[in-house]
Design a protein around this ligand. Structure first.
Ligand SMILES: C[S@@+](CC[C@H](N)C(=O)[O-])C[C@H]1O[C@@H](n2cnc3c(N)ncnc32)[C@H](O)[C@@H]1O
Length: 235
């Protein structure tokens, strides 16, 4: 997943307005956080695009499962601690005031069992009064099967076309991303990158958060259309 494609990640998502999203995150933190500190952990941070501006206001750490992503983040962003770690099982021996997990990364844990372990882990890493913000993937009912999708990047020295159609296998959404990539003075390359994400229902997600000890809320109006946001205050 993204492995050898990590170096193209920021180009594929160059349409995404990370600055605008981060402004919304900052407003939510102002509204909901009850603890006094400013330590922030971004889980599944990818190349660290949200952290680029979050670091102006908070003392930031980023973790991601993909070492290539973390290496890019380390190269591009100073004053942030980056580590390779799995969100289901990480142990940083530290506590934060804010934990974010954005752009549907939580879906990659795939099962409710893993979701519960992950949320418990977030709770373990949060201070009393701390805030968790999770941007989910689609629910089973909100996910449409058979939808074709295309993303292109048309740079001077590099061209990328990524196509997929949405599929489902029981409670998993399955997307095989087909990439055609060409760089200056190189041959066209073709990759297939398979993504499997859990389709978690809102009431079950909230139940898990509440059971673990958060006061949880689902905000319909989140960062991206149709995804919403979970907010959890450590109580
Ligand atoms: C859609 S990207 C989002 C990256 C970044 N948050 C952003 O907004 O650009 C999903 C990220 O989740 C990471 N990921 C997937 N499973 C993970 C896991 N179990 N633990 C930590 N990171 C994971 C992937 O490596 C990838 O960087």
């Amino acid at each position: 997943m993204y492995k050898e494609l990590a170096k193209y990640y920021d180009l594929i998502y160059s349409w995404k307005d990370y600055g605008k999203e981060t402004d919304k995150i900052k407003n939510l933190i102002k509204k909901y956080k009850k603890s006094d500190g400013n330590k922030l952990l971004d889980v599944a941070c990818g190349t660290g695009k949200h952290l680029e501006s979050l670091k102006e206001k908070y003392h930031c750490t980023g973790i991601d499962l993909n070492e290539e992503m973390i290496n890019i983040a380390k190269k591009n962003i100073v004053d942030v601690d980056f580590k390779t770690a799995d969100m289901v099982s990480f142990d940083l021996n530290d506590q934060f005031d804010i934990i974010t997990c954005l752009f549907s990364s939580i879906g990659y844990v795939k099962s409710y069992d893993n979701l519960e372990k992950t949320i418990m882990n977030f709770k373990k890493h949060l201070k009393v009064g701390g805030l968790v913000i999770i941007e989910p993937w689609f629910t089973k009912s909100g996910y449409m099967v058979g939808l074709p999708s295309m993303t292109t990047y048309d740079g001077e020295d590099i061209k990328i076309a990524r196509l997929n159609t949405t599929a489902r296998d029981k409670d998993l959404s399955v997307m095989e991303m087909h990439y055609l990539i060409v760089e200056k003075n190189k041959d066209v390359e073709y990759f297939v990158d398979r993504h499997e994400l859990g389709l978690f229902e809102i009431d079950k997600f909230l139940e898990i958060m509440n059971n673990v000890g958060f006061k949880a809320e689902f905000l319909k109006d989140g960062l991206m259309k149709g995804r919403g946001l979970y907010i959890g205050i450590d109580s």
